[in-house]
Structures are given as C-alpha cells and as structure tokens.
Design a protein. Structure first.
Length: 120
C-alpha cells in the first residue's frame, strides 16, 4: 500500500519510546536499559540496572554503553531522573567500564578470546 508517505518519520521507532537520560535521544524501550533505585537499610540510595524492568519506583532510561552513562554523570541526570536528593551510589552500574548489558544479544559470542587466555 502507500508506505512511501511515512518515510519522513522512519527514524522514529515504532512502539513505546523513552528518552535516554544521557544523550537525551528518544529510542525504543528495547534499545534502552532501565536504571532503578534501591534503598539500603541505612537509607542510602543505590542505583542498579533493572534488567527485568520490574523494580518499583522511578526509573531512568539509558543506552547501554559507557558514553551515555558518562553523559548522564556529567549532568547528574541519574539522580534527577530518579528523584534522589542525597548521594547516589552508582558503583553497581560500573563507573568506568559500564556493566550494563545490551538487552538483546545480537552478534556472535567471542569464544576465540577465551581460548587465548587459557592458552598460557
Ligand atoms: Zn543515550
């Protein structure tokens, strides 16, 4: 049918979208990871990756990978998005090398590298 008319919006993903708190770009839910806050017993706030997207409370959405995480850090966007007034423990996210996994594991697993390490 007449699908050529919708070409102008081809960059907008269909389905639910969220805004990444790092780069501020909108993307589909499946391309983002949810960051949620859990409270420790002493009241400290800790940011965790909500892989199953089932944790209660507010969530912040972020592209997987260090770039958007660092952008969010610069702006303190995580604390704002999660409504945390005090210090936010982000160690669970992996500050320098982000441990955020891509929600959809596309591509091949690097088995060759494992073999290299066991060779020594
Ligand atoms: Zn982003």
């Amino acid at each position: 049918m007449g699908s050529a008319a919708s070409d102008a919006r081809s960059s907008v993903p269909s389905g639910p979208v969220r805004t990444c708190v790092g780069c501020k770009r909108r993307d589909s839910l499946s391309a983002l990871v949810r960051i949620a806050v859990v409270l420790d017993e002493d009241g400290g706030a800790r940011a965790v990756v909500d892989h199953r997207r089932r944790l209660p409370g507010r969530g912040a959405w972020l592209h997987p990978g260090p770039e958007c995480f660092q952008l969010a850090e610069k702006r303190r966007a995580l604390g704002r998005a999660l409504r945390v007034n005090g210090p936010l423990d982000r160690s669970a996210l992996g500050c320098d090398r982000t441990t955020i996994d891509r929600p959809t594991g596309r591509g091949t697993s690097p088995r060759h590298e494992e073999n290299r390490f066991t060779n020594s």
